[in-house]
Design a protein around this ligand. Structure first.
Ligand code: AMP
Length: 209
């Protein structure tokens, strides 16, 4: 099954996608994660996109679509995939429907205040990528990863000005996708201002229908 997870930054797409990936045995493809990894590894792609990400803006459509196309041609996607953070613009959504039409689009609906709370408190381990939250899921030792003892960091795009920009980009460019997928009968919206477990169970029940 080919699934798209939609939702503002901080809506919980990554959390849901990671669990779904394990349960469905299909890859979780996060374009944001692909870009961040390229930046960490200082690849040509990473150098191209690092400033765009730090500003909270979007990477050009053509580059992003080509990247996802290449990734989904891998044999691990034969049974499907979970797309997280892609498509993010009308051009990407329309193009992707032509390239590889998806089965279901699940939108995680969260209020702006809740999203800000989640993003501002998020801390990540630069080494093993574990994610924490200062309020909801603090590490056992202050600012230190439970798994590998590395000092936790704030993602550059989780700083306040970048968060504002990302939310603005979401409302101007990505929220129109709700209409697009609704018109082709692929959209299911679920309230995601709830506990991660409740949100996940709603997603599972939608997928198994
Ligand atoms: P995310 O981790 O999904 O919040 O993505 C982090 C950043 O990566 C975004 O703010 C964009 O700069 C970039 N990015 C991720 N996915 C896309 C996409 N589909 N199109 C353009 N830029 C993207």
């Amino acid at each position: 099954m080919k699934i798209v997870l939609l939702g503002a930054p901080g809506a919980g797409k990554g959390t849901v996608a990671t669990r779904l990936r394990d349960e469905m045995s299909v890859p979780h493809i996060s374009t944001g994660e692909i870009f961040r990894e390229a930046i960490n590894n200082k690849t040509e792609l990473g150098n191209k996109v690092s400033e765009i990400l730090a500003r909270g803006e979007l990477v050009p459509d053509s580059l992003t679509i080509a990247l996802v196309k290449e990734r989904t041609q891998n044999s691990d996607c034969d049974k499907g995939y979970i797309l997280d953070g892609f498509p993010r613009t009308m051009v990407q959504a329309e193009e992707w429907e032509k390239i590889d039409s998806v089965d279901k689009v699940i939108s995680l609906d969260v209020s702006v205040d809740e999203v800000k709370r989640r993003l501002m408190g998020r801390r990540v381990c630069p080494k093993c990528k574990a994610t924490y939250h200062v309020e909801f899921q603090p590490p056992k030792i202050n600012n230190t990863c439970n798994l590998c003892s590395t000092s936790l960091e704030i993602r550059p795009d989780d700083r306040e000005d970048a968060i504002e920009k990302r939310l603005e980009v979401y409302s101007s460019q990505t929220s129109v996708l709700l209409d697009f997928y609704s018109k082709i009968n692929k959209l299911i919206t679920i309230p995601a201002d709830r506990k991660p477990e409740e949100v996940y169970q709603s997603v599972v029940s939608i997928i198994s229908k």
